[in-house]
Design a protein around this ligand. Structure first.
Ligand code: AMP
Ligand code: GLY
Length: 423
């Protein structure tokens, strides 16, 4: 088989790494990929938002299965375009991807399907949003309705925070079209966790539960980022809670979509808050999590390719996802300044030594290979990932590996995997 992974982040490297292990796969391509995928696949340059080009590349390389990582090309219909040319594609089509690309759509779906979530109101006018929030106790949450790369959510703990959130979204247009409408929702205090399931629209195969650490700094301080690390499993999603999440959230979501005539195929991600013993949805994503994927795929036994193919084709019913009884921790190494502006092109050292450690996998994200050197090229640079028979061992090994990898201004959290207090 000839498989192509679309995207260039740590999640895509992790997908490519797992796919590469399949005996069914003869040729693996990544578009555009990073320095990590270049070592295991053929990278093809290009903009993943240029749908025509992605489809042309897939056609000319006779791709049997395209696996689309990021939300942005899913939201503009990449899977529709691939399927229209007869190329099997893993990921939801444009209508189904609205579960992430419009928070309002997602909230309406949850309301119709009876899925627990924070109470909300939607606004596109500053004054109306402000007077609504003026009458509320803080904290409140303000979210850009559209896609904002994980950065469009404001946890407003003071009236100044509220002003800043409303100004950035509705007045200053910091998120462009995505922030022209906002969702204001109640703050849910609780424990966060991430649940992802692979689905063909009917059957769902849950991946192991995980948690990510979104904030930049130790102790969950500082601004939200795309994700500073993740671990799996999490005590929060114990067996019976996972079963409840499947019954009360994941299946109702795809059935609710089906009632609207939308068949959801691909990975469905629920960002959860467990509160008073019940699971609430903070957000749905139309894809695998990043960095949760880096901390979950190394735990899967067996071949993922038949599962991805079956999800794309609507025939998952005979499939199983088996998980090792181990723990996995992924620590993001980021560029100094991220999630704001940062320098690029800095040389990374220690990758070879790190790669020699048993039970350690290095997933690249913002990296580039130039003249035999590996250079930084993004905000999140690497996801150093380690397995262990218990969480403590996985954490220790992971930080041992982190110490080996260096570049100027390297920033990472030192508390990934540690149990977080209730919010
Ligand atoms: P989201 O992208 O919607 O998952 O939001 C990003 C982060 O903001 C989440 O991981 C939570 O930490 C926080 N958050 C979002 N919505 C809420 C909420 N209703 N209550 C408390 N925290 C929230
Ligand atoms: N780690 C959060 C996300 O993938 O959206």
């Amino acid at each position: 088989m000839r498989v192509m992974v679309v995207g260039s982040g740590g999640r895509e490297h992790a997908l490519a790494w797992k796919i590469k292990q399949s005996p069914l796969v003869r040729d693996l391509f990544c578009m555009p990929g990073n320095a990590g995928t270049a070592a295991i696949a053929e990278n093809i340059p290009g903009d993943v938002m240029d749908i025509e080009r992605v489809v042309d590349i897939a056609k000319s390389n006779r791709i049997d299965l395209a696996v689309v990582g990021p939300e942005a090309p899913l939201a503009i219909g990449l899977v529709n375009a691939l399927e229209a040319k007869g190329i099997a594609a893993f990921g939801p089509n444009k209508d189904a991807a609205a579960i992430e690309s419009s928070k309002l759509f997602s909230k309406m779906l949850m309301a119709a399907a009876g899925i627990r979530t924070a109470k909300f109101a939607a606004f596109d006018v500053f004054d109306a949003a402000k007077s609504h929030i003026d009458g509320k106790e803080l904290p409140v949450i303000v979210k850009a309705d559209g896609l904002a790369a994980g950065k469009g959510v404001f946890v407003c703990r003071s009236r100044e925070d509220v002003d800043e959130a409303l100004q950035k979204t509705l007045l200053q247009g910091e998120f462009g079209e995505a922030g022209k409408r906002i969702i204001v929702e109640e703050f849910l205090p609780g424990q966060e966790a991430s649940m992802v399931a692979i689905t063909d629209g009917e059957v769902m195969l849950p991946l192991p539960g995980s948690e990510d650490h979104k904030q930049l700094l130790d102790g969950d301080k500082g601004p939200n980022t795309g994700g500073m690390g993740a671990f799996s499993p999490t005590e929060v999603l114990h067996r019976s809670m996972r079963d409840r999440v499947m019954d009360e959230i994941m299946y109702p979501a795809i059935r609710g979509l089906k009632e609207q005539g939308i068949i959801y195929r691909g990975a469905l991600y629920a960002g959860l808050m467990i509160l008073g013993g019940d699971p609430y949805v903070l957000e749905f994503n139309c894809r695998f999590g990043d960095p949760e994927t880096q901390a979950t795929l190394p735990r899967l036994k067996g071949d993922i390719v038949p599962i991805l193919m079956a999800a794309a084709k609507g025939s998952l019913s005979d499939m199983e996802l088996e998980v090792e009884n181990n723990h996995c921790v992924c620590v993001t190494l980021a560029s100094d300044g991220y999630p704001g502006s940062y320098r690029k092109g800095l040389e990374i050292s220690g990758l070879d030594d790190c790669g020699k450690l048993d039970d350690v996998v290095l997933f690249h994200a913002g990296t580039k290979s130039i003249g035999g050197k590996i250079l930084t090229s993004g905000g999140r640079v690497l996801g150093v990932t380690a397995l262990g028979s218990d969480k403590r061992k996985a954490i220790e090994l992971c930080y041992k590996a982190v110490d080996l990898v260096r570049f100027d201004g390297r920033h990472f959290r030192r508390d990934i995997g540690l149990r977080r207090g209730d919010k």
